[in-house]
Design a protein around this ligand. Structure first.
Ligand code: ATP
Ligand code: MG
Length: 265
């Protein structure tokens, strides 16, 4: 028996098998103590395989016999496995893991390389979200962003070219958050909608540069930031397809790292 654990900056993701079925669970990092105790009770003879930024921490504190595998290969291998499970067959694609931070991996000819990282990620959604609204619960912030409208916050190209024909699509963003200076008041929901949009735009634009450079047509998005946030997923989908690339999301994408760890032994 084995248990794969991906301990990131925010959430701990777990994959294990029981009666020929995979179980997928995620927990806040703060609860890792309870989690390990529960897993040890559940499967006392198990080998633990850890990955993610907090893997060494967990090994030292709770699981001295656990094996550690590197996060980059675990994420890519796990994503490949989960993609096959959903019958999605792509040889060459860009993998974007939107965790607390964001990592970009080129998957080409059976090899994967981490080519870029960005601090713009799920942690930004939480942190800036809290600064903007005073709320710190993930669910609340997602709900706000769902019901908001970014047009009160973002300056669009059509706002700039108010009386003429814009040289590019008027619905494109001229400047994120720039309209706030005119409107004075902004609702929390609108702020969260604008933030979500800015994250999606930024991540897709970075992804597009890499995809062009490496001649990749498909972008696969993983990470908990994506899987629990429909609004963000829709925006990522919209920008990716607008730029002419295919956007793929996996049902269990947030468990890529944990699955990769599980599969590594
Ligand atoms: P990293 O890989 O960057 O070290 P991580 O592995 O912990 O971090 P993920 O679990 O992939 O990252 O994603 C964390 C993000 O997911 C959070 O920043 C937040 O935006 C989002 N998220 C989704 N569900 C929750 C939740 N229940 N509680 C907190 N954040 C959540
Ligand atoms: Mg992670």
């Amino acid at each position: 028996n084995k248990i794969g654990i991906d301990a990131g900056g925010t959430l701990v993701k777990v994959v294990y098998e029981e009666k020929n079925h995979f179980h997928y669970k995620s927990f806040p990092l703060q609860k890792v103590n309870d989690l390990i105790q529960w897993l040890q009770l559940l499967q006392s003879e198990s080998t633990f395989v850890l990955t993610g930024g907090r893997a060494a921490d967990i090994q030292r504190k709770y699981l001295p016999d656990a094996k550690i595998v590197d996060e980059f290969s675990a994420s890519c291998n796990g994503a490949t496995y989960l993609m096959r499970e959903e019958d999605i067959k792509r040889e060459n694609y860009l993998l974007i893991n939107i965790g607390t931070g964001t990592s970009f991996y080129v998957n080409k000819n059976g090899k994967s390389d981490r080519v870029l990282g960005s601090g713009v990620g799920g942690g930004t959604f939480m942190g800036l979200g809290q600064l903007l609204t005073g709320k710190s619960s993930y669910e609340e912030l997602v709900e706000l962003s769902d019901s908001g409208n970014r047009e009160q916050i973002d300056l669009l190209v059509k706002d700039l070219y108010s009386n003429g024909n814009p040289p590019i699509d008027g619905e494109l963003t001229a400047s994120n958050f720039a309209k706030v200076t005119e409107s004075k008041e902004a609702a929390d929901a609108d702020k969260m909608a604008a933030l979500t949009n800015m994250l999606a735009e930024t991540i897709v634009l970075l992804g597009m540069q890499i995809s062009t450079q490496h001649q990749l047509n498909s972008i696969l998005f993983i990470g908990s930031t994506v899987s629990n946030n429909n609004n963000l997923q829709e925006k990522l989908y919209k920008f990716t397809t607008m730029l002419g690339y295919e956007a793929i999301f996996l049902k269990k994408g947030k468990y890529s790292g944990a699955m990769g760890a599980y599969l590594s032994i």
